[in-house]
Ligand binder design. Sequence first.
Ligand code: GRF
Length: 201
Amino acid sequence: MSKKRVAVLISGRGSNMAALIEAAKARDYPAEIALVVSNRPDASGLARAQEAGVTTEIVDHRTFGEDRAAFERALDARLQAHRIDLVCLAGFMRLLTPWFVTRWSGRMLNIHPALLPQFKGLHTHRRALEAGLKRHGATVHFVVPEMDSGPIVMQDSVPIVEGDTEETLAARVLEIEHRIYPQALRLVAEGRVTLDADSRR
Ligand code: GRF
């Protein structure tokens, strides 16, 4: 079976993107990272992708002003031009409209640094510490119109230890992210995990 063509969407340093690129080097991996797109021209992940020989594109949301639909049409056009099968959001800091999400329904994953459905949204590590929890983690899920709410493909957790700060906890969670995102993408690319039609909205 031919490898699925994957686009990774980033806004920043792209460490999850790098983990996906690394995993996809394996001969038996069912997906290739065909494209990295950033909505920010200054994202440091872009250089990382280029060093790894991956094609990069910038679709700068600021050039579209308030016109979210035009930004997403431009993004979608780049994905179509590269014949992308699957999209991985990896630290992509733009909310996507139902139009885009529906278009890529069942073909778009996100990684979130928390054990969803706990702590949707931002500052997850701070909130986990404030809640006094014993464990925290990361989740890979299908993207649906409601933010951080799609069906879960994979998640894993780490302990929260005495003296943890947002930074130490984030670093521990990031190690899990780098492990589960490639594993989750493998399952989806192989068609072993699919998004049920009833779960798409
Ligand atoms: C990760 O923690 C990811 O879960 C969150 O944003 C961060 C992105 O980090 N959505 P990186 O750009 O992959 O290094």
